[in-house]
Design a protein around this ligand. Sequence first.
Ligand code: MN
Ligand code: MN
Length: 462
Amino acid sequence: MSDIKKLKENLFYQRKNGRQISTEEVLETANNYCENYKKFLDSAKTEREAVKVAVCLAEEKGFVPFEYGKKYNAGDKVYFNNRGKTIALAVIGKKSAEKGVNITAAHIDSPRLDLKPNPLYEEIELALFKTHYYGGIRKYQWTTIPLSLHGVFALKDGKVLEVCIGEKEDEPKFVINDLLPHLATEQNKRTLAEGVKGEELNVLVGSHPFKSDEGSELVKLNILKLLNEKYGIKEEDFLSAELEMVPAYKACDIGFDRSLVGAYGQDDRVCAYPALTAILDVENPEKTAIAILTDKEEIGSMGNTGLRSDFLRFIIGDIAKMQGADATIALRNSKCLSADVNAGVDPTFQDVSEKRNASLLNYGVVVTKYTGSRGKSGTSDASAEYVAYVRNLLDDAGIIWQTGELGKVDAGGGGTVAQYVADLGIDVIDLGVPVLSMHAPFETTAKLDVYMCYRAMYEFMK
Ligand code: MN
Ligand code: MN
């Protein structure tokens, strides 16, 4: 090797394609890991379903619901279920919580279409649902794809009825229709953002009229009759329901080489699944390990199931109190990986990214020092010291990783839960998986990156 080449090798920082530098064994492990990841995606399309699956998997591994006032010892596994929409799983450490706890946080809500409180109506003898979109979506992407309905009716007597229609092969699906190109001359003049408007995201749910010579709204009446037979509900019960329309298709491999995963809801279940499976694998950690799968990130982490609430602070407090430790000191010494997706460079739309600092598919898990927009506004910006800590952790474990910035300066931006964790005085940095078509009804990730995300979570909490 020439002197210059040696000097370059020594001094330059070079990112490498993770598939190039991984052994066949690692690639095979990543493939196998993603087989279960795809199953998780199919069974957890909403935050409520994700919590259910998490509870089920956790209980199999010996996790029990945390009981206030009960004493737990090192190695014990507990979970905190917040209203069935956010869950925190903890493995109690050998050291006191005052030495700090290691937290991974990911979100389990995804962009979707929520039904309005009064959703059902009839027009020209077709029945439809009015929706209000949840999270940042490009509305035109949600038309002419099969949709399924998930959620609950909460009844006045306290009963909660679960709904899931359109996931099984033989079940009906739903759809939002769009104009034919032949008659779209006027619509085509709209900007892409306005191409389909919020109030045009109306879901077709039926067309068969109740057989009668009299009365109007007979299609709507027939739909309500069917719902009444199946669930015992009336139209008024929609008022206290949480019903979500999501894409009805299943997760699948993408590409001849099957190196990618395509699915709905990978933001942020592509980080939630690694956080969940990592905490399930943690045994007898030095410091208490906590994985929190949170709701409401897509709408600003608001609400009592979002990470802006005191839920995380209180559970760390509960664990500290149980040990006779001080909750404030525990928070001050804690560390967190805020696990969320980053925008991978899209080969067709490269100009929105700054290539030296954007994340690439297959280059491993992405560490994002800061998010935000317009001059880092709204980011917690991790300290150099904490980045160094994470660098060392990942390199020592042989984890393939890269840095990532969400888009060019002034191209846009985004935020995660990191800032709300930072508000607690905890050291926090974003770490996650690069995604293509983020927030679309069908997002793409690379299998190796998903697996590296799991490995990072595990190393951090173990
Ligand atoms: Mn996200
Ligand atoms: Mn998002």
